[in-house]
Structures are given as C-alpha cells and as structure tokens.
Design a binder for this molecule. Structure first.
Ligand code: COA
Length: 194
C-alpha cells in the first residue's frame, strides 16, 4: 500500500532549519525550480527526463500537488531563509503504511551544492518522518555512481543495506541501486507512546 490515508494534512507541514525553509511548492516557483530541473548532466542520476522549459516544471509541480492530495507523496520545496527562491526539493514517497516505511528522494541546483543545504534538509525531513508520520524506516535508493548523494545520506545516519542490480530502468538502460536505510531508533514493537 503506497497511500497515506491522512494526506493531504490539515496544514502542509512547513519545516524550518537554521538556514532553510522547507515548504509546499507553488505554481509561482516554476521559474526558479526549473533551474534545478533543467541541468541534464547534474540530473543524470535523478531518473526523470530533464525539463526543457518552465512549463514542464509547472506541470510537474501540479502533478506533485495531485500526488500529495492522493496520499502518494509529500514534497517540500527548499528555500534559503530570507530568500523565497526554491533551490531544490525533497520528497517522502512510496509509503508502505502497514510497515511504517517510506522512501526519500532529493535534488538541488548545482550552483548551491557544497554548502551542506541538502544534509540540513534531509535531517529535518527524517525527523519529521519519524516524529510526526511515525515512520519506522526511511529508505534512499542511490545510484552507485552518485557519491555526493551517498555522502549526504550517510552523514545524516543512513546505512548501506543492500545492492540492487539493474533494478532501475531509465532512458533505455538499467541502473544499479544502493539501498540505504535509516531507522527511527524506537522499539521494534508497536504501538508505542510518544
Ligand atoms: C544529491 C545532492 C543534493 C548532493 O548535493 P551536495 O551539495 O553534495 O549536498 P549538501 O548540500 O548536503 O552539501 C554537502 C557538501 O557540502 C559540504 N559542506 C559545506 N558546509 C557544510 C555544512 N555546514 N554542513 C554539511 N556539509 C557542508 C560538505 O562537506 C559536502 O561536501 P562533500 O560531499 O564533498 O564532503 C546533489 O548532488 C544533487 O542534487 N544531485 C542531482 C539530483 C540527484 O541525483 N539526487 C539524488 C537522488 S537519490
């Protein structure tokens, strides 16, 4: 089961960190978010076709909103505090509700990389996933060639758990995936009390 029956939440969860605001993506973010979604080389391992114009990005934002309303995903736009411009996004999706699991995926503009922003965003999303959505395990499927993404996940506390050979098909070829997971650290029995 990959739907959360409690989505959409009453209020979209805005997350704040020392340097970032994580918030719902709006149609007006299409121009800025397009800068993230249009860098082909950068997104080679992202697994989605590169965007050719802000129209593609607007369409994706709308599709993502529908997916949230259908209970399928929760995607935050990432903006630097003080600047409302979106520099990336991070998403919890593929919920396996009976097993308290979900997957996380993230991407940001190349221009802002190397500042630790995604590490900071992932920490906040993981905390939200464990504390508010009561997840037990969060997965990240990472291409073995994507050292930067692996470093982000491992810095936050994800551990390599498995190697999936040629499990991901994208634009005419199969790719391997390193399966990383992070666990809530809570007891392995439910229910538990906060
Ligand atoms: C995955 C991705 C977000 C990683 O970007 P990133 O810039 O390496 O990640 P962060 O923003 O967390 O920055 C971490 C880097 O900043 C450095 N850094 C600087 N200040 C920092 C701080 N205050 N805190 C943490 N790290 C800091 C770190 O040392 C690290 O560099 P290193 O990995 O060379 O050691 C980026 O490569 C990307 O968007 N790729 C395209 C999309 C994609 O493929 N996503 C993966 C799907 S699984």
């Amino acid at each position: 089961m990959n739907k959360r029956p409690d989505f959409p939440l009453k209020v979209f969860p805005r997350l704040e960190t020392e340097r970032l605001i994580l918030r719902e993506l709006a149609d007006t973010d299409a121009e800025a978010y397009f800068q993230v979604c249009s860098e082909y080389e950068w997104l080679r391992l992202w697994g989605f076709p590169v965007h050719r114009s802000p129209k593609d990005t607007l369409e994706m934002i709308r599709h993502q909103r529908e997916a949230y309303e259908a209970g399928l995903q929760l995607r935050w736009g990432i903006a630097l505090r003080g600047l409302n411009k979106v520099i990336g996004s991070i998403c919890l999706y593929r919920f396996v509700v009976p097993h308290f699991r979900a997957e996380v995926t993230y991407e940001q503009a190349r221009a802002v990389s190397g500042n630790g922003y995604m590490t900071e965003a992932l920490r906040a999303v993981v905390r939200f996933g464990f504390d508010e959505l009561e997840l037990h395990t969060i997965e990240a499927g990472i291409d073995p060639g994507h050292a930067g993404s692996l470093r982000v996940a491992e810095r936050v506390g994800f551990q390599r758990e498995g190697y999936l050979r040629e499990n991901f098909f994208f634009e005419g070829r199969f790719y391997d995936t390193i399966l990383c997971t992070m666990m809530s650290g809570r007891p392995s029995t439910r229910p538990w009390k906060k």
